[in-house]
Design a binder for this molecule. Sequence first.
Ligand code: ADP
Ligand code: F6P
Length: 319
Amino acid sequence: MKIGVVTSGGDAPGMNAAIRAVVRYAIPRGVDVVGVKRGYYGLTINQIRPLNLRSVGGIIHLGGTFLKSVRCPEFRTPKGLEKGRETILKNGLDGLIVIGGDGSFRGALALQTAIEIPVIGIPATIDNDVTGTDETIGFDTAVNTALQAIDKIRDTAQSHGRVFVVEVMGRDRGFLAVSIGLTAGAGVILIPEIKFNLDSICQKLKLYDEWGKTTTIIVAAEGIGDTYNVVDHIRTHTRFEVRHTILGHVQRGGSPTARSRLIANLFGTRAVELLLDGAQSKMVGLKGDTIISKDLEYVCRVKKRIDRRMYKLAEELAI
Ligand code: ADP
Ligand code: F6P
């Protein structure tokens, strides 16, 4: 058996650990592994290299992906898919492991339909917006990176008695913002899934002030739109001093946490097992503390739900 492994979409800390797990679990079981460089783009231009046990040495602790990743618009077209199909045939691949987010899995499903080789997805994105898994590789690392930054922001916010609006990533979903907000002790969390009113936020800040809270951190998901509007509104409608921080891509880098690496190890090995067992188009996932698998078709069709209890809890504890 010969399989390919590809990292696609936005990178996530722990992708390297996942590639290592795939390679080191597959080879001793008689499976040859090749790496596809630069996401689906590499499939369209046949950028493939063999991987051995040593090619994945010294990478378990590194953020990013040594296979590189790009967003490849061409892969969404029949021509791009056809090029991918040719590369797979040319290299004699019997299966493909795709490490990425929901967009990458849509690509995986399209490819599976076009060529009918088994495709297994490993969820890896800091956004944690993939259906069929409680957690994605990289999410825990991004939450912790953001927390470290916000803890520092809190120091200066407290010294000056300021309100801070901190924008965190999450392309169009609020999973990161809710986890970061709850654990950073944010007074307000703004996410695209839950409607908010800027005047009510100002009222809340005034109430907090009456209660003796001198500092409030507002964690806002990038998916709500321009977070500067929130800053501007508070500035014009209250007497509070407000500052704005966009954490940005700092959340995507850095050494993966133990949890991100653990999930990477468990997902990588299960993905190989699924291929060996003859699975066709599945994604590995985490449910509680159990590793599960779901149909890629289901993963791509169903939208993951925000845990509103976590959101509410953050609100309740912000008093
Ligand atoms: P993520 O996997 O992190 O969600 P993207 O949404 O950018 O990232 O998707 C990664 C890549 O997957 C895209 O650049 C594109 O090459 C491929 N892709 C996404 N959607 C499709 C689709 N419907 N058909 C084929 N390929 C797709
Ligand atoms: O999907 C992960 C993510 O980091 C999102 O949170 C963010 O919106 C997007 O990628 C940024 O993408 P890019 O790296 O292409 O700017």
